[in-house]
Unconditional design. Sequence first.
Length: 278
Amino acid sequence: MPFRFVNVNGRACLEREEAYFDLERVSDGNVSADPMIALRNLDAIHEISDRLHAETPDGSLQNVILGPPVPRPRNSFGVGLNYREHAAESAMEVPDTPVVFSKYPSCISGPFNDVELRASRGDYEAELVVVIGRRTRDVTSAESWSHVAGLMAGQDISDRELQMAAKPPHFGLGKSRDTYGPTGPALVSTNSFADPDDLRIQCHINGVLRQDARTSRLIFDIPHLVSYISAILTLEPGDLIFTGTPSGVGMADGRFLVPGDSIRTTIEGIGHMENMCR
């Protein structure tokens, strides 16, 4: 059964029709309240989702502020230049292999948390985020989807000055300042989508559409990325892969983020995040 996994006050919950259900309660203690531990029990989460209609909700999502569905990932990866149009606007060649970097996990924040800019050239990057659901090593592309827990929206907020300060540029630090990794609003299971490889992704800044693409335009799709990374290192439940951003970033025309800006990130079938710049 499809599910929407959310973080309510630090507790693992399932969402249905704007209501939330505490997983520890509805599982009679068999699923941990800690989202990181709960994600290691995907089979139970699917089973609980199947009977959620018979359960009483714990509250309304209208009355809570959601945290990041995966608050403490062991690993968090970014993928650069993974849309042809973005590579072109960055004046860089289309890569022959995935450009994978570390987006350090301490930057992960919630779908409605503020972004603390701390940069004069702060930039937005709407991205689809993959959440690993099972220990994954040396899987083929054909096997990859069975190792994915679900998908989230994400923002790969970037300090372009820091990113470009070194020669060659280093991606990790420039994309990992505190609060530079909003994710959410929910982790949505892959069986919730008609085609998880083809989702519309959009980013609005102060209500103005800046990015609008489909994830089918990824140069290296999700099965390829999971297979590629798992051939190098073992992926664990809760590991994140930010799959890359489409064209329309601020760096392309000098429209960088400033305090007071609103970043709205929307992905088809997942929902939206709204992050204010401070």
